[in-house]
Design a protein around this ligand. Sequence first.
Ligand SMILES: [Zn+2]
Length: 398
Amino acid sequence: MQKVTPERARVHNTQLVFRTIYREGPISRAAIARATLLTRPTVSDVVAGLIEQGMVEEVGLAPSSGGRRAILLRAVADSRYLVGVDLAREEFCGALINLRGEIKERLTLPLDGRDGDAALALVFDLIDRLVDSTHVPLLGIGVGAPGLVDAENGILQQSVNLSWRHIPLRSLLQKRYDLPVYLANDCQVAALAEYTFGDDRERNKNLVVINVRWGIGAGIVVDGQLLHGNPVGAGEIGHVTVVDGGERCACGNYGCLETIASTRAIIRRAQEIARSDPSSPLHQFAADPESITMEAVCQAFNAGNEAVRQVVNEAGRMLGISAASLVGVLGRCRLLIAGNVRCFGQFLLDAVRDEMLQRTLLSLARDTEVGFTSLGSDIVLLGASALVLPHELGDSQL
Ligand SMILES: [Zn+2]
């Protein structure tokens, strides 16, 4: 155990008081003392420091309860920014985000086929520009990256598409910016975003976010903690076989979930439909089969095309198989899907849910909510910043 020095006690008290104001504000000094069990003079001292640093402000008076009306305090959302970085897209994206998860500044740099050291240089370029663009003090940098990420040691173990292997990203960034740095796999980060900033915070339930993008992975939050694996690999459901003797996957195996339910697989299957059927409505939404995008698939789906609906149904059912396994491990949970398959709406969710219901204990599956995440395409950016927040404010659960 570390020794409790006066300096450590001061930091601890400051974090505790700020956290209380952040969560409960507007709140009076007396109420903070009651909630934290700190003495009134200590609270007043710490609050004075926080006001001086601009992190807390006085916002008026509490309703009268007979005596003198207490002054209320609240956290200043824009007093510190977090740097959030999403490296799991076709382009690199970064943002400055305030303490309430509002994006204040956003920057996207195209990858243009870069990988290896060139892609790493682009990460520096992106963060350089964000850091230079503000005078607001920065609390830290959070990164959501594709592939196997060792969050504890801050190492990108492997990212196939970017040709990265064993990159000590945390120490590289810490050295360059002199800020705390946190990283995790993009799917895990997405789950943390939903947990921290999502609309409907049912925090008592375990949460699974299945991120359906070019690949597929799941982020899992149990009792408010992100499940990383030891040290990596929790939620890597994309390469679990769901079709015996199915198509060959990039990983070398056959019939992985990704071969049938990823956006890459959905697009490829739509292309096959367009090639084999000259009268397919897909031709209305794309000049030729090769240029079919998710947008075109969604348009054909919404136009009621039966072949495309079949593809979506199968993708949903295969996701349902994975969902059943997750429910088998975690029990009742909230199971949310992220990514642009959202355009398939309730039809996709019903396919996931029906399959899950057939494959697991009814009482567990029935109480498992299946839905879409509430955060849209910024989910990884927000989650990356949410990696920083609790660490820097001295708590794992804000
Ligand atoms: Zn695979």
